[in-house]
Write a protein that binds this ligand. Structure first.
Ligand code: SF4
Length: 109
C-alpha cells in the first residue's frame, strides 16, 4: 500500500517541471501533446483501479449533498494531477500501467 501522502512538494515540482519540458519539446518538434478521448478514458479506467490513486468526493456548496461519483485527483506515486496527466501524450505512468512506450502491466484487483 502506498504512503497516503504521496511525494513531497519538492518532488512534485520536479516532476511538473520535467513534464513541462517534455511538452515544450513535443511542441517544438510539431508532435501532438494530447491524446484522443478514447485513450484518455482508457488511462482513466486504469488509474481508477490503481491503489496509488487518490479520490475526493465533492460536496455541493448549495445543498451539501455529495454526488455518486468520486473524482480522481492525484497519483500518490508521482504526485501528478491525474486529469491532466492522463490527457498528455507526453506522459506515461511511472509504474508502467499505461503509456505509449511501456508495456501495460495488469493491475491485480
Ligand atoms: S499514473 Fe499509474 S501509478 Fe499513478 S494512479 Fe495512474 S495507474 Fe496508478
Amino acid at each position: 500500500m502506498p504512503q497516503r501522502k504521496g511525494p513531497p512538494i519538492s518532488e512534485r515540482l520536479k516532476t511538473a517541471m520535467a513534464a513541462s519540458k517534455r511538452i515544450r519539446l513535443a511542441v517544438k518538434r510539431g508532435e501532438k501533446i494530447t491524446v484522443n478521448k478514447t485513450e484518455k478514458n482508457r488511462r482513466q479506467e486504469i488509474c481508477d483501479k490503481c491503489e496509488y490513486r487518490t479520490e475526493k468526493e465533492q460536496t455541493c456548496k448549495k445543498c451539501g449533498q455529495k454526488p455518486k461519483t468520486k473524482l480522481t485527483l492525484w497519483c500518490l506515486d508521482c504526485g501528478c494531477w491525474l486529469p491532466a496527466k492522463q490527457k498528455l501524450a507526453t506522459e506515461d505512468c511511472a509504474k508502467g500501467y499505461w503509456g505509449p512506450e511501456k508495456p501495460i502491466k495488469e493491475i491485480a484487483k
